[in-house]
Design a protein around this ligand. Sequence first.
Ligand code: ADP
Ligand code: MG
Length: 685
Amino acid sequence: MSADTLSVSILPGVGPQRQRTLGLLGIETIADLLTYYPFRYEDRNAKAGRELADGARVTVRVTVDGMPGVKYRGKRASTTMVPVVTEDVRRLHAVWFNQPYVKDQLKPGRKMTITGKYDAKRRSISVAHHDFVVAGETVHSDRIVPVYEVKADITPKILRNLLAHAVKTYGEQVDELLPMILRQKYKLLDRCPALQQIHFPKDGEHLHQARRRLVFEEFFLFQLKLQAFRWLHRHEQPGVSHPIPEEALATFAERLPFAMTGAQRRVAGEIVRDMQSPVPMNRLVQGDVGSGKTVLAFLALYAAKVCGHQGALMVPTEILAEQHYRAAQELLEPLGCRVGMLVGSQKEKERRQVLAEMESGDVDVVIGTHALLEEGVRFRSLSVVITDEQHRFGVEQRSIFRQKGHAPDVLFMSATPIPRTLAMSVFGDLDVSVVDELPAGRQPIQTYWITPDKEERALRFIRGELVKGRQAYIVCPLVEESEKVEGVVNATALYEMLKDWFAGYEVGLMHGKLKAAEKEDVMRRFTKNEIQVLVSTTVIEVGVNVPNSTAMMVYNAERFGLAQLHQLRGRVGRGEHASSCILMSKPDTDAGLERMKAMVATQDGFVLAEKDLHLRGPGEFFGVRQSGIPEFKLGDLLQDAKIMEVARGEVQECLRAADFWTLPSYQPLVHYLKREKVLLQRAGD
Ligand code: ADP
Ligand code: MG
């Protein structure tokens, strides 16, 4: 049996209690323990007494040179002090706070290594309990020492001891996963020395090599799972082939009130090609806000209908569903498509009717919200499923949606642009199209960052836009007074104030707490220009399209993320008129300041995404749990993006090889896929 599956309970010193705590840290087997990586390292190579710098954290070898004394101040507080002498014969005091029990270990003549903060004036080192080691225990001192996340009765010292033991005893029994040929090609350490060095590195270079090898492995296995899954399904589960006639495409294009941009045409071609093939499409369409992704969705829906099937489009809000529904009706009904809508707030009667029509095939295209995912929702023949604003949905939801059809073609749309290289490598199983061109004639959006004392000037500017016949959005973070946060504007109060300010114009109020019918009504009136100023929370963040709106003002802009601000700003600049976006804020953090500067500096969503990624880190940026991207133990999507790309390419190569599943050198990978349940049973296994 390989060491990987042995329980940690076989380690000396691990009883039921510690086993439980280790379990809480996610460590159950020896393999879990060996891949429980340090989150940082500390250089505890001992220094000579004369090298100690004031205020620095230092490690030094000393001999106890006198009797320890303990002073108590009150019940709990105590100071334990003992004179010591360094190897180069400097006299110091070692000090422990609130640990009177260390006294017993401080026998004169005892040699030990201590780590702590050096105070030059007092000539003392204050030592934390776990940083006190008797000479010879080189796991904790006299080296680069690993620092781990710990919990309760698993102290840093205990964990380090467990790892030292595990590495020594089982380190050589771990399975090597990476084929020799790859290890040679990229000069990667073998797994065993890599694990040893990642925990107890000899020096910086060894640590670097160990990390490089293990990150490669982590990314390689991640890509292998993604791609193997897809590879298997490609051959076992043929999807729908849509033989879309050329004329149908031409008719569709003619119906559009504009000519598609080059980027739209290119992506349309990619979608059509995917749909013609019997291999299920699995494509992410990325395009900045306003790049015109909706028509691409409509094209795919239309193609499904032309080929005798149905298509569904899922969006995150009812406002957006409503808007797409109207647009789809306008564009597709003259082409013979029957369009339906399914949202949560519909009346039971309406809902039952739509459901019946979907099941009988009386509607060809359905636009809806999460309501589409419910149990009773069935289609006659659903061959295309599209998720707009895909980042708003969880992995599970997207998977349920897919299962409403039989191996349907799947399309995701996203305006939260993930930097290109990252998207390609992280979504190893997803094809990516980029709509990297805005429709012609778009006016740039001027972005201004102002402080709150300029509020009136900004409002006057917006009134100027209204005078010209345009409309405006005014966005703020909160809905109403009851949520009151000091200094943060709420929509209800702002609405009351602005009604007077914009006398002569109609001001509307929009937020998430309104009833669905109210929202719909406000939105419809804004679309028809019966409302000129819309005071809103971020519910209008995604997708809303009213081209006559040319001004946006955001209160407390410091409270929004970069991606969110960019999305909000995308509500203007959608028509032929020049637009402006005014961000009002007084950021009190560096990151907040950076966000404002970035917004003013660029309108390019990809640049902003990259910036956002750097400001927030990949975990938060992707909204890890939401998007289904795993958190890596060691790899950093940003710093190690290059390694991910290489791993992706190598996995592709591997899977392309006809003998991947049988060649002995790949067997550890095949076993890995079985263990991870990607590979269930294959004929001949
Ligand atoms: P997004 O990519 O943000 O979803 P939309 O699909 O909502 O963008 O499109 C934004 C606006 O641009 C809509 O009013 C749409 O009709 C218009 N539009 C889309 N493509 C073109 C084009 N090629 N030429 C002119 N206008 C276009
Ligand atoms: Mg959109």
